[in-house]
Design a binder for this molecule. Structure first.
Ligand SMILES: Cc1ncc(COP(=O)(O)O)c(C=O)c1O
Length: 486
């Protein structure tokens, strides 16, 4: 049972050189709170991105650690002026590059609280309260995905690690064959290939299947390759489907792949790192139909569930399979074995010491309620639709990939200019550089069917249609200027 103790300033009794007085602690905390709140409220008046070349930064920071401590205000001042500004402000409403996240404020504060409490969600004995909250959040995610009640999982640093954890279970389920192969589309995220390498699959046995016109895996070619490989004596252990590719947001044919995996007795994994949390909306649920049949799913709450880094998630359809792989007995941890209803979450994955990632999800959902999260995801889907429509109606922009979720790929290519592919690429690269250095927005690029494409990914709950439109207008303006000065 928890009890509260009166707050006393124990500075006079403290002998540690690494402690602070209550007043010093509060001053520092208040100062940081002020910096963070102001930064958050003023984001849209800043540029989404700024960067510096390494010689400039190394000159300031590549120094020996000081023997005596510096004034903490000076350290903070230096950090706010010379460190943090040189980065992509991922929460900026015009930060459309890569997969930029905009955390809710309660989630940020939750991480602060967790850090201050020094929570370690390794075992029930060490952290029963935090363990229960992680189980609760995992249960929410199970229900959002429509997974059966045999399912469970854990929160991870992100999807890269969650994929490694899943693939080990897949390999075990296939009895660790010597000639193991894995399959995925050519649009699959590099972390999946890395995870396959980590679990010991040779590069030649990682099969990238071409995608079709909508950037989804060509299922006929997938089936043919698997059958051919089996005939050659290989043992397919895993097929990875995408529930939102990073490049275009494409979703593979989840139901088809689920049927195929079932018929061939192959582990079915879904990489839903980017698109997975769209499942909290009606539209997302429809788009992700079949995900609930996967043997394992990876999702990132630090993407479309508005959480600060880091929080990913691994869910497996049969929790027992996960625990069979990761449960370890240890003499030192013998007191932590409390039985089935008191799981040690460290027995579900790689990490023993684990931060309390569930708390930020729990606290933000408790603060705002699920309807607010659903509306925010839906808002991003609508903005992407509008962006696509705007591009399709523009005489100078060309849509390169339809927006299935909230990513739109396009390029500057005026209808009557008859530009060569080489010229189009040259102009679009110039446009992107000008967006980086001159505009307040940030976007990134990708390759679509071999063509250089500008890419916007909209998953920020604070982004407005005006933010999107102004960014598309800036592309048109920079494009026109590049064409005129050619
Ligand atoms: C589709 C997809 N899969 C996997 C990952 C890797 O996730 P993380 O960066 O959380 O490790 C990403 C990251 O952007 C992604 O977009």
């Amino acid at each position: 049972m928890a009890s509260t103790t009166p707050i006393v300033d124990k500075k006079s009794e403290i002998t540690s050189r690494l402690s602070m007085s209550r007043e010093e602690m509060l001053n520092l905390t208040n100062r940081v709170s002020e910096i963070l709140v102001d930064q958050n409220l003023n984001l849209s008046s800043q540029d989404a991105w700024d960067g510096e070349f390494s010689d400039g930064l190394a000159k300031i920071f590549m120094t020996d650690p000081p023997e005596d401590g510096r004034n903490i205000d000076e350290v903070l001042e230096q950090a706010t002026r010379k460190i943090f500004p040189y980065s992509l402000k991922l929460a900026h409403p015009k930060s459309f590059g890569f997969v930029s996240v905009s955390p809710t404020w309660p989630s940020v504060i939750a991480d602060f609280l967790v850090s201050g409490m020094n929570s370690n969600v390794c075992t029930w004995l060490v952290a029963s309260g935090p363990s229960q909250i992680e189980l609760t959040v995992i249960e929410w995610i199970r229900q959002w995905l429509g997974y059966p009640d045999t399912a469970g999982g854990l929160l991870t640093s992100g999807s890269s690690v969650a994929s490694v954890e899943a693939f080990v279970v897949a390999r075990e389920a296939a009895d660790n064959p010597m000639r193991a192969t894995v399959y995925m589309s050519d649009q699959t995220h590099q972390s999946i290939i890395r995870a396959a390498r980590v679990i010991g699959i040779p590069a030649d046995n990682i099969k990238k299947i071409p995608s079709d016109d909508s950037f989804s895996i060509n299922v006929n070619q997938l089936a043919e390759t698997v059958v051919e490989d089996v005939n050659k004596g290989y043992q397919p252990v895993l097929i990875v489907a995408n529930a939102g590719t990073t490049s275009t947001g494409a979703i593979d044919s989840l139901v088809w792949i689920a049927d195929f995996c079932e018929s061939q007795n192959i582990w079915f994994h879904v990489d839903a790192a980017y698109g997975g949390f769209a499942c909290i909306t009606q539209r997302g649920k429809k788009l992700l139909k079949g995900i609930e049949r996967a043997d394992s799913i990876t999702l990132d709450a630090h993407k479309w569930l508005y959480q600060p880094y880091e929080v990913g998630c691994l869910m497996v359809k049969n929790l027992q399979q996960l625990e069979n792989v990761y449960s370890m007995r240890s003499d030192v941890l013998q007191d932590t074995v409390w039985g089935k209803d008191h799981p040690n979450i460290a027995n579900r994955g790689i990490q023993l010491s684990r931060t309390f990632r569930a708390f930020k999800i729990w606290m933000s959902v408790q603060s705002f309620g699920m309807q607010a999260f659903r509306d925010s995801v839906e808002h991003c889907l609508v903005l992407a639709d509008k962006a696509q429509h705007y591009i399709q109606n523009s005489s100078s922009l060309q849509l390169l990939s339809p927006s299935m979720l909230s990513i739109v790929c396009f390029r500057y290519n005026p209808k009557n200019a008859n530009l060569s592919e080489t010229a189009i690429e040259k102009f679009n690269r110039k446009i992107l550089v000008r967006v980086f250095w001159e505009d307040d927005a940030f976007m990134s690029s990708t390759m679509v069917n071999g063509a250089f494409a500008l890419r916007i990914c909209i998953i920020n709950h604070t982004t407005t249609w005006n933010d999107v439109k102004e960014t598309l207008d800036a592309v048109e303006t920079f494009g026109t200027e590049a064409l005129e000065s050619n």
